[in-house]
Design a protein around this ligand. Structure first.
Ligand code: ADP
Ligand code: ADP
Length: 237
């Protein structure tokens, strides 16, 4: 059970050339995601959503504020201390970010290899993960041979390999047709319900938020413009 808390988080990038002002990608954002909740971050392109997610998984460092994932205060940790914490945070992407020339099983196994899990244990875990996402018959297929929905299911299995407490999803259904998108959302709902994994997802589609999120943060220009229960935020004024 993992809770995620962002308090007054900011991220600035240096301006394009010398003398240019900093680019403020994330500006004073606070979000509290209770353990087992699905929190959606919505907003137009350039709102700061992806940057925020990269801060939560420790890929990038915040320039201000505090980020806590479970017991770990990410913003207090060194790169070295961050490494084990990252395996507690799974991530999936719009373009899947899979190894195309490797088999489904090898893709799912990869984080376990990195984590130093023994081979026999890896094989059992991969079989379990593929069964969970319904791809047990495709273990030896190459990623290139799969449909978009199947690719995202591999992405989810891979993200779950190290048993994270949190799953981050960056436009996970944006590259999929509506029906496939609903299937992937249903799978994410199972990840949340059956495994108790906290999910933070970013999307530009209201439908996605309505379908699975408990709470939502609306971002614009790096800032939070609205936040609350999905029902409150999207009910007509
Ligand atoms: P999206 O809007 O879907 O997040 P972008 O095209 O804005 O995608 O960003 C794609 C990648 O390029 C991201 O990894 C982001 O960090 C990087 N990026 C975006 N804007 C800039 C920028 N102004 N300078 C350098 N890198 C950028
Ligand atoms: P979103 O995911 O909502 O589309 P991003 O987080 O990708 O938004 O980008 C927010 C802002 O930060 C944009 O102005 C983008 O150009 C800028 N940005 C993102 N990544 C970088 C980067 N690596 N370097 C410089 N600017 C960036």
């Amino acid at each position: 059970m993992t809770r995620v808390q962002l308090t007054d988080v900011g991220k600035r990038y240096p301006g394009r050339s010398k003398g240019d002002p900093d680019i403020v990608a994330v500006d004073d954002v606070s979000i509290e995601v209770a353990s087992g909740e699905i929190h959606a971050i919505i907003g137009y392109s350039g709102a700061g959503k992806s940057t925020l997610l990269r801060l939560v998984n420790g890929l990038e460092r915040a320039t201000s504020g505090t980020i806590t994932v479970g017991e770990a205060v990410l913003t207090d940790l060194s790169e070295r201390q961050l490494r084990p914490v990252r395996s507690q945070i799974g991530m999936i992407f719009q373009q899947f970010n899979l190894f195309h020339s490797k088999s489904v099983a090898k893709n799912v196994e990869y984080p376990l290899v990195v984590a130093g899990v023994p081979a026999a244990e890896r094989a059992a875990r991969v079989a379990e993960l593929l069964a969970f996402v319904g791809l047990q018959d495709r273990a030896r297929a190459y990623v290139d041979q799969l449909s978009g929905g199947q690719k995202q299911r591999v992405g989810i299995a891979r993200a779950l390999a190290t048993s994270p407490g949190v799953l981050l999803a960056d436009e996970a259904t944006s590259a999929l047709d509506p029906e496939t998108s609903r299937e992937v959302l249903a799978l994410l709902k199972r990840v949340n319900d059956e495994l108790g994994i906290t999910i933070i997802l970013i999307t530009h589609e209201m439908e996605v938020v309505r379908e699975i999120a408990d709470r939502v943060t609306v971002m614009d220009g790096g800032r939070t413009v609205e936040q609350g229960d999905v029902f409150e935020v999207f009910s007509a004024p």
